[in-house]
Ligand binder design. Structure first.
Ligand SMILES: NC(=O)c1ccc[n+]([C@@H]2O[C@H](COP(=O)([O-])OP(=O)(O)OC[C@H]3O[C@@H](n4cnc5c(N)ncnc54)[C@H](O)[C@@H]3O)[C@@H](O)[C@H]2O)c1
Length: 265
């Protein structure tokens, strides 16, 4: 029996990038999926996973920033599968700009998608989880904001750090009702988001920006989306049954080095 057999998972931002990696791991381990995304490409991604893993999947085009749309997505999941056991709050956005030039609209865009989007998703799924006797929420925070940051990431870092607070509060609030809430703190994975950040950082040579990220990671590479998917699958499964309110760093060691000059290799 696979670790997510019989579980129904709603995954946001599932069309591409990490969301696709998460959906792939969940399909591989036997979950039924509701894949939510703004982009209609989510159906193409779902079709690939149905073919590859025989997974039962519905797709919903929705904006996580819109609570009514998220409530409808949760309701559609229940209608299709009769339960909603896991929510992977993955959808997120990142736009770089010098702090003093960052328009309020860009700040608010991060707040709407990265914070309110997770808030809306949690409020939409928790009532069904409570009815069901429990559930599991995995939130995509980041090492950015809570642990490290690069210039230009003020809005992004602020919102990702906020998700650690949300994770901890929901974990304690629902612990005695059998809903666990954990968050991932990823370093860098190669996804459309990071490819766009590389273009913004080095328009003349974005590949150099990606290579330079890898250089700073002790493991000398970025994460693959499926490696993040494996963490989400563990956190969404009963294998992690005593974990709640945890922030799990998954970064190839990128937050470890104390200096770039001291040491023996
Ligand atoms: N890639 C990284 O290195 C990295 C590192 C740390 C944390 N994260 C976090 O992981 C999550 C996924 O990142 P990614 O790199 O895969 O991003 P991405 O931009 O490559 O993919 C994001 C997906 O979410 C969808 N999406 C965006 N806004 C949405 C909205 N309002 N409603 C519904 N769907 C929406 C997009 O259409 C896309 O399919 C984000 O929350 C991001 O902050 C990523």
């Amino acid at each position: 029996m696979a670790k997510l057999d019989g579980k129904v998972a709603l995954i946001t931002g599932a069309a591409a990038g990490l969301g696709e990696g998460i959906a792939t791991a969940y399909a591989k381990y036997g979950a039924k999926l509701c894949m939510v995304d703004l982009s209609k490409d989510v159906e193409k991604t779902a079709q690939k996973l149905r073919q590859e893993y025989g997974a039962e999947i519905i797709t919903v085009i929705a904006n996580v920033a819109d609570k009514e749309q998220m409530k409808a997505a949760a309701a559609q999941t229940i209608e299709a599968f009769g339960a909603l056991n896991v929510a992977c709050c993955n959808a997120g956005v990142c736009r770089l700009a010098p702090f003093e030039e960052m328009p309020d609209e860009i700040r608010d865009f991060h707040i709407d998608v990265n914070i309110k989007g997770v808030w809306n998703t949690c409020q939409s799924v928790i009532p069904y989880m409570l009815k069901n006797g429990g559930g599991n929420i995995v939130i995509a925070s980041s090492v950015t904001g809570d642990i490290v940051a690069d210039a230009g990431e003020a809005a992004y870092a602020m919102t990702k750090a906020a998700l650690v607070g949300l994770t901890k509060c929901l974990a304690v609030e629902y612990a005695d009702r059998n809903i666990r809430v954990n968050c991932s703190q990823l370093g860098y994975a190669r996804t459309p988001m990071v490819e766009k950040m590389a273009v913004e950082s080095n328009p003349a040579d974005p590949e150099r920006a990606i290579m330079d990220i890898a250089k700073g990671v002790p493991m000398k590479r970025l994460a693959k989306p499926i490696e993040v998917g494996e963490l989400f699958a563990f956190l969404g499964s009963d294998e992690s049954s005593y974990l709640t309110g945890s922030q799990i760093v998954i970064d190839g060691g990128s937050t470890l080095p104390e200096t770039m000059s001291i040491g023996t290799n």
